[in-house]
Write a protein that binds this ligand. Structure first.
Ligand SMILES: [Fe+2]
Length: 211
């Protein structure tokens, strides 16, 4: 009987290549969150309080104007694994459409009870959560929340929108990002009453998939 002509080393290499192909196939299962512009209003100076509750600024009695939104989700890689140590930042305008930024006209009228920016590290299950505001429109933009995610080897800058918002389709940044159903799913927040969490507030769950 003739011996097979492939070597043990070849077999091992072949198995390795097969595993790699299988991993690649698995890695293609989740659509990634589309990259979007940072825009002109990323903070120049970070607020003293930059925790994950943007509605309540430490040391202030007043709560921010607007509708409270509980935004939570996980940071995942394309194969659905959690991304350990990911830092997530969000920033947005106040309920009047005013950012806390030097480029913002009328900045002096901003709601000082709104933190405007917050950041947190995901937990061991890759989860994040923010108490913030339902975003509002400002001239030229449909309502949105900006966010960035930084992890080892992955950086993403993007924006969340409100599903069903009539102004979305007229917004250039939204249209560029929402080119497929999978991409829309990654950036459109479905808002629901935050039942049992906070009266009058809304809640949404948004997983962020970084490539
Ligand atoms: Fe913006």
């Amino acid at each position: 009987m003739t011996q097979p002509i492939f070597s043990r080393r070849g077999l091992l290499l072949g198995t390795g290549a097969g595993l790699l192909a299988a991993q690649r196939a698995l890695a293609a299962t989740l659509a990634t969150t589309p990259h979007q512009t940072e825009g002109p209003f990323y903070p120049v100076n970070f607020p003293t309080d930059m925790d994950n509750d943007l509605v309540q600024v430490r040391g202030q009695a007043a709560q921010a104007m607007g509708t409270v939104l509980h935004l939570e989700g996980r940071v995942l890689d394309p194969s659905g694994r959690t991304v350990p140590g990911a830092l997530i930042e969000i920033w947005q305008c106040d309920a009047q459409g005013i950012y806390d930024h030097p480029r913002q006209p009328g900045r002096e009228r901003r709601d000082s009870a709104f933190q405007g920016y917050g950041r947190m590290l995901v937990d061991a299950e890759g989860r994040y959560s923010f108490r913030t505001l339902k975003p509002v429109a400002y001239p030229g933009r449909t309502p949105h929340i900006h966010f960035k995610v930084a992890a080892a080897g992955s950086h993403l800058t993007s924006q969340f929108y409100i599903a069903g918002e009539a102004q979305n389709e007229r917004d250039f940044v939204y249209r560029e990002a929402a080119r497929s159903a999978q991409q829309r799913e990654r950036i459109e927040m479905r808002l629901q009453p935050a039942s049992g969490l906070e009266p009058g507030a809304l809640a949404t769950s948004m997983d962020i998939v970084v490539g």
